[in-house]
Design a protein around this ligand. Structure first.
Ligand code: FPP
Length: 264
């Protein structure tokens, strides 16, 4: 997948092409993170059961992954299932797990073909064993791919991640019998995202102005873009709009203004 594909798959004069032409390709976000929200409302608005919103959301996942790969965005993280989502009705949780398995099974060849590496962020061992084995197979198959890093946050919580990092640091210290000196870089190495750039752009769909326990450490300086579009309606157009808006922001990091960063 390449930027050339974007030119070939978008019609000249179409909204997507006009938006694409406005994107500065040397100043893309290094990491785009998305809180996918509004599946339930999308279904309710059509008189459908909530799970139909999740099913429809898969097409948005597919298109977003493919567009990020084509653009050459280095990292995409999608928030698919939080540690709090177990409170949902059992039937809804079961459908979400089934959709995940189905997505991976159907998309693995596309991920391979496009050099996409797939990773899970979250407490993987607490997921149902059949889901874990599907996810592990997907991670193993795509391990050596060098294009887009596609993270799915699953059974994920930002606070849980910080607690897990603390536990990992304590376990290591006990194993070597030595107390480490902890600084921010050392701490970040123990997060699920160890070695991965922090998100430059955080997108949330469906208009809610909340972080919902997502990447709490990593989004310290992320630019936030919220759209009223519900996740099942999110497409390349909205992704391009988010990137264009991101590129207009002055990023200060507590200091003086700089334009949104370059991937270089
Ligand atoms: C939020 O909508 C969405 C979710 C909790 C799940 C998102 C999952 C998918 C799109 C399917 C599987 C994902 C992958 C990566 C294959 P909501 O149900 O909270 O919507 P509401 O706020 O309108 O009720």
């Amino acid at each position: 997948m390449s930027r050339q594909d974007i030119l070939e798959t978008t019609r000249k004069g179409s909204i997507e092409r006009r938006l694409f032409d406005q994107i500065e390709l040397d100043r893309l976000p290094r990491h785009v993170a998305i809180i996918m929200d509004g599946n339930g409302r999308w279904a309710k608005g059509r008189g459908l059961p909530r799970v139909e919103g999740h099913r429809a959301g898969i097409a948005s996942v597919r298109e977003t992954v493919e567009t990020c790969a084509r653009l050459d965005v280095p990292v995409l993280t999608l928030y698919a299932f939080s540690v709090e989502n177990w409170k949902r009705p059992r039937s809804e949780v079961d459908v979400l797990m089934m959709l995940l398995k189905q997505y991976l099974r159907l998309e693995l060849s596309t991920l391979m073909k496009n050099d996409i590496r797939f990773q899970v962020l979250g407490r993987l061992p607490d997921l149902p064993p059949d889901v874990v084995s599907e996810l592990e197979a997907g991670m193993e198959r795509t391990r050596n791919n060098r294009g887009l890093l596609f993270n799915i946050a699953l059974n994920y919580g930002g606070r849980a991640e910080i607690v897990d990092a603390c536990q990992a640091i304590v376990d290591e210290a006990v194993a070597v019998g030595k107390t480490p000196t902890i600084d921010e870089a050392f701490f970040a190495e123990h997060l699920y995202t160890s070695g991965v750039a922090d998100p430059d752009l955080l997108i949330r769909t469906s208009g809610e102005l909340r972080i919902s326990n997502f990447l709490l450490w990593q989004i310290a300086y992320a630019e936030i873009w919220v759209t009223d579009t519900l996740w099942p309606d999110f497409r390349t157009q909205q992704l391009f709009e988010a990137i264009i808006d991101y590129q207009k922001r002055d990023r200060r990091y507590g200091g003086i203004a700089t334009k949104a960063r370059s991937t270089a």
